[in-house]
Design a protein around this ligand. Structure first.
Ligand code: FA5
Length: 334
């Protein structure tokens, strides 16, 4: 009889699937496939019972019940078997075996140095502030006394960003210096001010061993009554010595920045030669006027240091590009 044949096939297939299931989730799938109330294969068998002739019915009905009971019982037993096996496996686990050591990352050397800078400058009484990396021309240039025709504003020397907001509110660019944060801070805070700001800046410079098109600067700004250049020099040399050791030599070279007057270039002794690490100077009265500070009452100094150069000196790295190659053999040494 075909119907009984179908029952046999169902039974064989269901039992095989139960044996093959290796965990509770797989077993549940088998249960739904074969015995599920809504769409399980058992429903097809039930229909066959309805098709049997009156003479066949008693035998077919009995066989249907048997098959269903056998499969359900085996399924339940298998659930228990798997549970016991899992418990046994847990009990067999040897807690005395050494574990697998997870790979723990570390901070990038530049991040390490920036954290140390924040800490050192905090001890000199400087508060840490942040500023945006996408800037408008007022904060990157105008309020810093960099007029429209100044070569520093040349589109070829900056990363201007074209976006919808730039069309609405004037041009925007990736900031080329952290001096932007001087302006943002003074716009918000009345004097006195004593802040540092560390972060990324961007310039389309030609890349070589000491230049990158993205690098980090630490900006410092101190505004108060009767601030002097001697204080600037003391803060910078004390800072460099605290970071690199008492033997570090710092030198000021006369220079020009539109936002400081007088301005200096700061050099650090690198082996037998000097390496430029930043610019500095006394805040130009035009900058105070741009942020609404009274230049008659307040004076201040500002500096901007290249963080990578310190990193290179500190870790003895001779090429700035190593910091950005993401080579773990290099990075894991720090
Ligand atoms: C400035 O950016 C001024 N904003 C600094 C300043 C701040 C002056 C406050 C006065 C008052 P400069 O362009 O020289 O200055 O850059 C400062 C330092 O950033 C450089 O001395 C150098 O250490 C670092 N630097 C400049 N360009 C690069 C570059 N392409 N890659 C890595 N470091 C750089």
């Amino acid at each position: 009889m075909d119907i009984l044949q179908a029952f046999n096939e169902f039974e064989v297939a269901a039992l095989a699937a139960i044996e093959a299931a290796s965990d509770g989730a797989a077993l549940e799938k088998v249960r739904i496939e074969y015995l599920g109330q809504k769409s399980g294969r058992i429903r097809d068998l039930q229909k066959l019972v309805g098709q049997a002739t009156p003479a066949e019915k008693p035998q077919v009905g009995k066989r249907f019940n048997d098959v269903r009971t056998v499969v359900a019982a085996r399924l339940e037993a298998r659930v228990e078997e798997l549970k016991t096996a899992a418990l046994k496996a847990a009990a067999d686990f040897d807690v005395t075996l050494p574990g697998e050591r997870p790979v723990i990352g570390r901070l990038h050397p530049i991040t390490q140095v920036m954290n140390e800078f924040r800490e050192l400058m905090g001890r000199f009484g400087f508060t840490v502030v942040d500023g945006p990396e996408i800037e408008d021309e007022r904060h990157n240039f105008e309020a810093l006394n960099i007029p429209e025709d100044h070569p520093a504003r040349d589109p070829l020397d900056n990363f201007y960003v074209a976006c919808a907001s730039s069309l609405a509110g004037g041009p925007v660019l990736l900031r080329s210096q952290t001096s932007t944060v001087q302006i943002r801070t003074m716009e918000k805070t009345p004097p006195p001010v004593r802040i540092v700001s560390l972060g990324r800046v961007y310039r389309p410079d030609t890349i070589d061993a000491t230049h990158s098109c993205m690098f980090h600067q630490m900006e410092g700004l101190l505004v108060d009554r009767r601030v002097t250049m001697a204080q600037l020099k003391t803060v910078l040399s004390q800072f460099a010595r605290s970071f690199l050791g008492p033997e570090v030599e710092i030198r000021f070279r006369p220079s020009f920045f539109p936002f400081t007057e007088p301005s200096v270039e700061v050099d650090m002794k690198w082996g037998d030669s000097w390496m430029e690490i930043g610019g500095a100077g006394m805040v130009d009265p035009a900058v105070f006027a741009a942020v609404g500070y009274d230049p008659e009452e307040y004076t201040g100094f500002a500096f901007g240091l290249g963080i990578e150069r310190f990193c290179m000196k500190h870790f003895g790295v001779d090429d700035i590009r190593r910091f950005y190659e993401n080579d773990l053999r290099f990075l894991s040494q720090f």
